[in-house]
Ligand binder design. Sequence first.
Ligand SMILES: [Ca+2]
Ligand SMILES: [Ca+2]
Length: 301
Amino acid sequence: MIHWRLHLLFIWTVTCFFCVACGNDGTSEDGKTDSANDIITGKSDTATVNSDSDPGNEDSASDTAATNDCASPFESTAALEDTFDGGWSTTQTLWRRASWTQNGTAMSPDRCIENSEGLLEQTVLEGTPFQGGSMQSRDEYHYGRWVARLKPSSVPGVLNSMFTMDWDDMTTTDDDGDGTHEEIDIEFLTYTFGANSGSVHFAVHKPPHSNYFVNDVELNFNPSDDFHEWGFDVLPDKIQWHVDGAVLAQFAFDATVSITGQYEMFFNSWTKESWINGPPRNDAIYQIDWVRYFPLKAACR
Ligand SMILES: [Ca+2]
Ligand SMILES: [Ca+2]
């Protein structure tokens, strides 16, 4: 028995030393990565995520162990971060803002522009012709976690999105649309919003399998009432969608559809009569405070 106790004491000592030595490993500057850990481990503790006033000091030995065994699989530093602050539209280099028509809606950089409070605003103008805003990343990304602080419009009749698409295989230059066209969606149909209610549309597409996975999740809050942290994790075996650290939906890859290619990230705002119930009767503004991408650790792929 004495030997066992000494052995346990040794483990405890080493574990605590490792915990101190690693400091905040697994925790981003604002602590949001810990919400990620909660998702992966199944502890969707939204209250803890949102009330985390001292994110650097709550890590425990168990968190450190989780970091090591890929239960906390994302890098703690964002590989892409955009806060849309400080004259963003004249200085930013991460995005292409659309000046062409998408899905029947004419896009313009004038309708995809920061406001004085550091929020990116995409506007769908009232009535016809359909006029909206859109942007896509200049780079492409693969496995990892995407999170953005979003507030879709309260005006019925528009679609506000956050989605990926492998539009272009950037390793080939002779064709700028030769990606797999795999797509992962978060789409808000603003006509679904009501008092403390609404829905969010999650989907996966891969030609020729349009809408291969669709899940319209009913919410107990109106997404246009406040900002929330929306996102998804693109993992080697599945996609998980989440809001404020709580998992809402999951798609496990199968023999038909998986995410194999590097993809671009998009945010767009548009309208049409069918499905979206547009056009809107008033200008509809979608606000995006920030977006971050945390790559999957190489050891966890
Ligand atoms: Ca190409
Ligand atoms: Ca911002």
